[in-house]
Design a protein around this ligand. Structure first.
Ligand code: URA
Length: 215
């Protein structure tokens, strides 16, 4: 895995992630399985994205001995921001693994003709400046939503930002890192290209619709 820093794209190629992603891609996978698989993958992505969390050593007593044991440094606070609505699918799994994280939401929809992102909702916890932020959205397609979300979230001055998605298009990565080279992207796959409607190919279709059975 490459070291994190400017314009990093970290592809999580763990076999469990790749297997579950293949199941999600399949057109015949039903909503309830799609949702469960996204939650499971989100937990595995959370494991990778938190790899650099600092530890402190605290004195504890096991049944056999005293020791100084590693624990997460308490001052390392996190906030996970979900880009509505498909981000909710990743958020659920991340919260299983990081239950103490605060949660923010940003609502953006894609204007269908121009594919530009239009904000309709924003709610963030108050003490953002002390928190490391993980922004989640399963599909980094054009990158318009991700760029608009991070533009807005940077106004709140979080301690750091990481972007986590399931699939990324090369076009989306280029656009996102053109605007936000300081924000590393974590993804399970870099797919081939975007089609004329802004869908990732081969992709998995509309993540929100597949997650909630709305089409
Ligand atoms: N959003 C989706 O849900 N799917 C895509 O392929 C692109 C954007």
């Amino acid at each position: 895995m490459p070291a994190e820093g400017a314009t990093d794209v970290i592809v999580i190629d763990h076999p469990l992630v790749q297997h579950k992603l293949t199941l999600m891609r399949q057109a015949e996978t039903h909503t309830q399985d799609f949702r469960r698989l996204l939650k499971e993958i989100a937990m595995l992505l959370a494991y990778e994205v938190t790899r650099d969390l600092p530890l402190k050593h605290e004195p504890i007593r096991t049944p056999l001995a005293e020791m100084k044991a590693p624990m997460l440094a308490a001052d390392k606070k996190m906030v996970i921001v979900s880009i509505l609505r498909a981000g909710q699918g990743l958020l659920d799994g991340m919260l299983e693994l990081i239950p103490t994280a605060k949660v923010g939401h940003i609502g953006l929809y894609r204007e269908p003709t121009t594919l530009t992102a239009v904000e309709y909702y924003l709610k963030l916890p108050q003490d953002i400046e002390q928190r490391d932020m993980i922004v989640v959205d399963p599909m980094l397609a054009t990158g318009n939503s991700a760029v608009a979300a991070v533009d807005r979230l940077k106004e709140a001055s979080p301690a750091s930002i990481k972007f986590v998605c399931l699939l990324a298009a090369p076009e989306g990565i280029q656009h996102f890192h053109g605007q936000h080279p300081d924000v590393p992207i974590y993804t399970a796959s870099i797919d081939e290209y975007l089609d004329d409607h802004g869908y990732i190919v081969p992709g998995l279709g509309d993540a929100g619709d597949r997650l909630y059975g709305t089409r």
